[in-house]
Design a protein around this ligand. Structure first.
Ligand SMILES: Nc1ncnc2c1ncn2[C@@H]1O[C@H](COP(=O)(O)OP(=O)(O)O)[C@@H](O)[C@H]1O
Ligand SMILES: [Mg+2]
Length: 251
């Protein structure tokens, strides 16, 4: 199958600042693509354009073969999104919020209740489903946001720094879920600055810096690309490439 997510010359400016610069990406079913880069590289801006929350300044986006500009409804239906800073409703219980999200995403009632139950069990939230989200810890809120992103088992899953605030067991469970979704044929984009996670869990990674994609490929390809860092970790490749990019900017 062709790419589930495609960006063509995707660019976003904020005033004079180019946050995302001519980005061309293709993510296929079954891939977990790691979008890496230092703070301010343009990861979140890229994801916000991919879900149709921000309009590109230039370029285009295709999701599942639909064009975001023309068929935004069809595109959005295919996407599950975990924002960097999820906005939840403090005055709803977790159960109410998740039912609300599921209904928006048109998940049939029976399936919806079943999924909420299963994920709550997995994330150890069963006993808290009837509590107000406003009383939840950071990690519990993150779990609710993850459940909301997964509620309609979307074929495109965009997750922005998803491990923030999660305890080790939940991190592991979440990573397992990403693999399961990819095995089912979903395309996953994982934005992170935790290189170990990308190295271990992503089928391909792309390194963004200053809005530009410096390189994209499998770990193997990245090591080849960065010859003097050959045989070393993603961290070495990452640091070498981003330092080179900074040096090129200054000269
Ligand atoms: N709404 C906005 N208005 C102005 N500048 C923004 C806005 N959102 C992001 N930026 C800028 O765009 C750049 C990329 O930001 P972001 O995509 O959040 O990076 P990352 O997620 O990789 O840390 C940063 O310089 C940031 O300050
Ligand atoms: Mg970000």
């Amino acid at each position: 199958m062709d790419a589930l997510v495609e960006t063509i010359d995707l660019t976003r400016r904020f005033g004079d600042k180019v946050a995302v610069n001519n980005l061309c990406l293709k993510i296929r079913p079954g891939e977990i693509f790691g979008l890496l880069g230092p703070n301010g590289a343009g990861k979140t801006t890229t994801l916000r354009m991919l879900i149709g929350l921000l309009r590109p300044s230039e370029g285009s986006i295709n999701i599942g073969g639909w064009n975001m500009e023309i068929d935004s409804e069809q595109c959005k239906r295919l996407i599950g999104y975990l924002p960097e800073e999820p906005s939840l409703y403090d005055y709803l219980t977790a159960q109410e919020f998740l039912e609300f999200m599921g209904k928006i995403k048109m998940v049939p009632d029976d399936l919806l209740r079943q999924r909420i139950g299963e994920y709550a069990e997995l994330f150890d939230l069963t006993k808290r489903l009837r509590d107000y989200i406003g009383a939840f810890s950071r990690g519990m809120r993150q779990k609710v946001a993850i459940m909301a992103a997964l509620i309609n088992t979307p074929p495109v899953l965009l997750v922005d720094e998803p491990l923030m605030g999660l305890d080790p067991k939940s991190q592991k469970d979440f990573k397992d879920i990403l693999h399961e979704r990819a095995q089912d044929g979903a395309a996953v984009i994982l934005s992170t600055h935790i290189l170990d996670v990308a190295e271990k869990h992503c089928t391909r990674v792309g390194i963004l810096n200053g809005g530009k994609l410096l390189v994209a490929g499998s770990m193997e390809e990245l090591r080849e690309f960065s010859v003097s860092a050959a045989g070393t970790s993603l961290e070495d490749v990452f640091l070498k490439l981003t330092e080179e990019a900074e040096a090129a900017k200054e000269s």
